[in-house]
Design a protein around this ligand. Structure first.
Ligand SMILES: [Ca+2]
Length: 395
């Protein structure tokens, strides 16, 4: 989730079934994605994790014997990251800022692999076809994902109810996000996060915003090390997408540190194996990004726009609800349904290729979802998938 770039977008779409496609961006701004591991595999990893927890903790904290505990089944080149000055500088900074032992980090980076596929995936996409919401939505609002959503909701109904009670985020929105990101944990990503983040932090390909991207991935690499230390896990045990997004909700390490919640209360924050932790963390993320529990209705309403196009500048207000229903009406944007009078709205346009663009008005809660992945297509997919799952459950 959080913060990767529009960049990945199109390429991710081409390559990834789930969250990565979510990363695809059609609108103004952000995010990530991932993927791959079957539930059975995850369960296995969980029990193995329990067995080795003590040793992982030792490894993570002593720094002497950090082992690449997680078997990797993808192509990654052994690369001596320590040859790069930027890596040595990073290690120095982790020492001075966060008290990490140099020798421990050198051992760690000595075991990191260079992931060429991550480099290929973040390269700017070639110009593609015009954006098309109706095409995009068919990838997410489809029978397999809806059926998986029903199973997930049934299995975790209690945790979803609890999240709604604690955070005020309805189950269907949480179900929509986890479904769009990873098909409920089916595609969480197989890369060791340390490998992909080290690769992107120090070998990001040529791109207009390369420096900013590298700084972002360096920061997430630091967050990975901080998270592993804080939670006593081997940093190599963290698996995620090509871009370092972790678990069922595809949180970047920094978002796990900032918004992750141990919602099942077992003392571990595990977004890959604990659906409850994923559910609580998604709800917490949304609330911290402007979700307003007072707005009980739909986060988004179909609208009609006047041919005058006086409303066009309203689309440039960013990912925020800043307009009163009056202001919208004055500018020629009319919600098809009556809007709840309280609250502010923003104009959302969904392009449909050669077909007419759809217009909607959205409140704070829709824009909170866009903070998860800065894309109107993404947020609308979340809303629609959640509704479809709810309807399917109702039978
Ligand atoms: Ca937990």
């Amino acid at each position: 989730m959080k913060a990767i770039l529009p960049l990945f977008a199109a390429l991710a779409l081409a390559l990834a079934p789930a969250g990565q496609a979510a990363a695809a961006k059609e609108t103004p701004a952000r995010s990530v994605a991932s993927k791959a591991s079957k539930p059975a595999k995850a369960a296995k990893a969980k029990s193995a994790g329990k067995k080795t927890k003590a040793s992982r903790k030792r490894a993570a904290t002593s720094g002497k014997a950090v082992q690449a505990a997680t078997r990797i089944d993808y192509d990654g080149e052994h690369h001596n990251f320590l040859e790069w000055e930027a890596v040595r500088t990073f290690i120095d900074e982790m020492g001075t800022r966060h008290g990490f032992e140099r020798a421990a980090l050198e051992t760690l980076f000595g075991q990191a692999r260079f992931i060429d596929s991550a480099v290929q995936l973040v390269k700017p996409a070639p110009p593609g076809k015009p954006k098309n919401w109706q095409v995009y939505r068919t990838r997410f609002i489809e029978p397999i994902r809806i059926a998986a959503g029903v199973r997930f909701w049934d299995e975790h109904a209690q945790a979803l109810e609890r999240a709604e009670a604690v955070y005020g985020v309805p189950a269907e929105v949480i179900v929509g996000i986890i479904g769009v990101e990873t098909i409920y944990g089916r595609d969480t990503g197989k890369f060791r996060v340390l490998d992909t983040l080290a690769t992107l932090a120090f070998a990001y390909p040529e791109a207009p915003n390369r420096a900013g991207r590298m700084a972002f991935f360096r920061s997430e690499l630091a967050n990975t090390l901080l998270f592993a230390r804080e939670h006593g896990v081997d940093p190599f045990s963290l698996l995620g997408s090509f871009a370092g997004a972790i678990g069922m909700p595809q949180f970047m390490p920094g978002s796990i540190l900032d918004y992750g919640v141990d919602f099942d209360g077992d003392g571990q924050l595990d977004l890959r194996n604990s659906a409850e932790d994923a559910i609580g963390s998604v709800a917490n993320f949304l609330v911290k990004h402007g979700w307003n529990p007072e707005h009980k209705g739909s986060p988004v309403y179909p609208a009609e726009v006047s041919p005058s196009r006086a409303w066009e500048p309203l689309r440039e207000r960013g990912l925020a609800a800043t307009l009163t229903p009056e202001e919208l009406r004055t500018a020629g944007v009319e919600s098809v349904e009556a809007l709840p009078p309280q609250g502010l709205y923003g104009v959302v346009d969904l392009q449909n290729g050669a077909d007419p663009t759809e217009y909607w008005v959205a409140n704070d809660n829709f824009f909170a979802i866009t903070k998860y992945n800065r894309s109107y297509f993404y947020a609308m997919s979340v809303v629609e998938l959640g509704r479809a799952v709810r309807a399917a459950r109702a039978g």
